[in-house]
Ligand binder design. Structure first.
Ligand SMILES: *[C@@H]1O[C@H](CO)[C@@H](O)[C@H](O)[C@H]1NC(C)=O
Ligand SMILES: *[C@@H]1O[C@H](CO)[C@@H](O)[C@H](O)[C@H]1NC(C)=O
Ligand SMILES: *[C@@H]1O[C@H](CO)[C@@H](O)[C@H](O)[C@H]1NC(C)=O
Ligand SMILES: *[C@@H]1O[C@H](CO)[C@@H](O)[C@H](O)[C@H]1NC(C)=O
Length: 333
């Protein structure tokens, strides 16, 4: 809440500053602001955001091309990606890039298990300074990613073969991008990892509108959102609020552990349990089949919707054995 207050106050300051500059300019020009002027101003900034972004194409876990955000036929041809195949889009978070360890690890697992084309959209130029600067560009980054995806669609890529992953701020972007593409285009799968809360909570947004199947993993109380409005909301560790493994990790908080757990879920089983007694939650708990595990789920099971609780362990790779999970589960199966 303190953080949120800080952002709200900073936003007010930022808008004052911009207003003051515009007012000064208008006074100098001795005329009232025209619609055109503010449009030009917005357009410039939007173009700068767009121009600062990079797109990294991967095939079979090998980078085939790094391009600007303006995709053309040549770029598509040189990417080695065929519009007829599946494609995945990866979105990083604040002070991150497509070269972070987790980005590379996820690209690797997606290439291995999903195949097709993996595209990482790098907006690290904007993400590398203050959270405020990044946050104030949320809509511009969203619009830029939407136009990248519209270009891919224009060159034949099929939204029905799309998967998009976003971590933290990137999770909020994934949801906003998916919702902006609708109703014309519906992305098949969207997975998010500890979607950011600061600046976004407590505004209620229906994240399930972002794609056909939207799964959101939650892992932290301090940086993750409290809006759990995806088709599946996977509450990792202690009710989705913290991870037991923070104790054994110096470099990763509960927030950062979300991507590590998600990546490990490709190779290790993360079993769901009945809602633990100590977890207070709103919304409906999913009806989970026995031996149900969470993670990347290409063939989304529409029977399993709602909140899913998944305990995690202290040590890498953070999964628990089936036996331990069975002991934790309230109704012994
Ligand atoms: C706004 O800009 C457009 C193109 O830049 C121009 O044709 C138009 O006359 C301008 N309108 C006003 C009200 O200045
Ligand atoms: C993908 O990469 C792996 C390892 O580099 C290689 O063994 C395999 O042949 C490649 N597959 C294709 C289809 O290129
Ligand atoms: C779940 O796993 C147990 C032990 O591995 C097995 O005996 C059981 O048949 C499985 N249940 C289902 C529904 O697959
Ligand atoms: C994690 O999963 C692996 C593979 O199924 C299993 O061998 C291991 O025991 C699990 N980890 C823990 C801590 O139980």
């Amino acid at each position: 809440m303190v953080y949120l207050g800080f952002i709200a106050i900073s936003l007010v300051f930022v808008s004052f500053e911009v207003d003051a500059k515009l007012n000064l300019r208008h006074k100098l020009l001795r005329q009232s602001p025209t619609k055109n002027e503010s449009l030009v101003y917005q357009q410039e900034t939007k173009n700068n955001v767009f121009k600062s972004m990079k797109i990294l194409f991967y095939k079979n876990n090998t980078k085939t091309l790094e391009s600007s955000a303006s995709i053309d036929a040549n770029i598509v041809a040189n990417s080695g990606c065929s519009p007829s195949e599946k494609f995945a889009i990866v979105l990083h978070g604040w002070i991150q890039s497509c070269n972070d360890d987790w980005s590379l690890a996820l690209i690797d697992r997606l290439s291995y298990y999903r195949g097709g084309c993996v595209i990482c959209i790098d907006y690290s130029v904007i993400a590398s300074s203050s959270y405020m600067r990044l946050y104030s560009n949320f809509e511009r980054i969203t619009t830029s990613i939407v136009s990248i995806i519209l270009s891919l669609i224009k060159y034949g890529f099929d939204p029905g073969q799309a998967y998009m992953f976003g971590f933290s701020f990137g999770g909020q972007l994934a949801s906003a991008v998916g919702r902006s593409l609708r109703p014309q285009y519906v992305l098949q799968n969207i997975d998010t990892c500890d979607m950011a809360g600061p600046g976004f909570d407590p505004i209620t947004i229906d994240h399930s509108k972002a794609g056909k199947h939207v799964q959101c993993f939650h892992s932290s109380r301090d940086k993750g959102t409290f809006i759990h409005a995806c088709h599946r909301n996977i509450m990792l560790g202690n009710c989705g609020l913290s991870q037991p493994s923070v104790a054994s990790q110096l470099h990763l908080g509960s927030h950062g552990l979300c991507v590590d757990i998600y990546i490990n879920s490709f190779d290790y089983p993360f079993y769901a349990v009945q809602p633990p007694a100590e977890c207070t939650y709103f919304g409906t708990a999913a009806k989970i089949p026995s031996n149900y595990t969470v993670g990347y789920d290409e063939n989304f099971n529409n029977q399993v919707l709602g909140k899913i609780f998944v305990p995690t362990s202290i040590h890498y790779p953070y999964n628990l054995s089936k036996k331990e999970v069975a002991l934790m589960s309230r109704d012994k199966q």
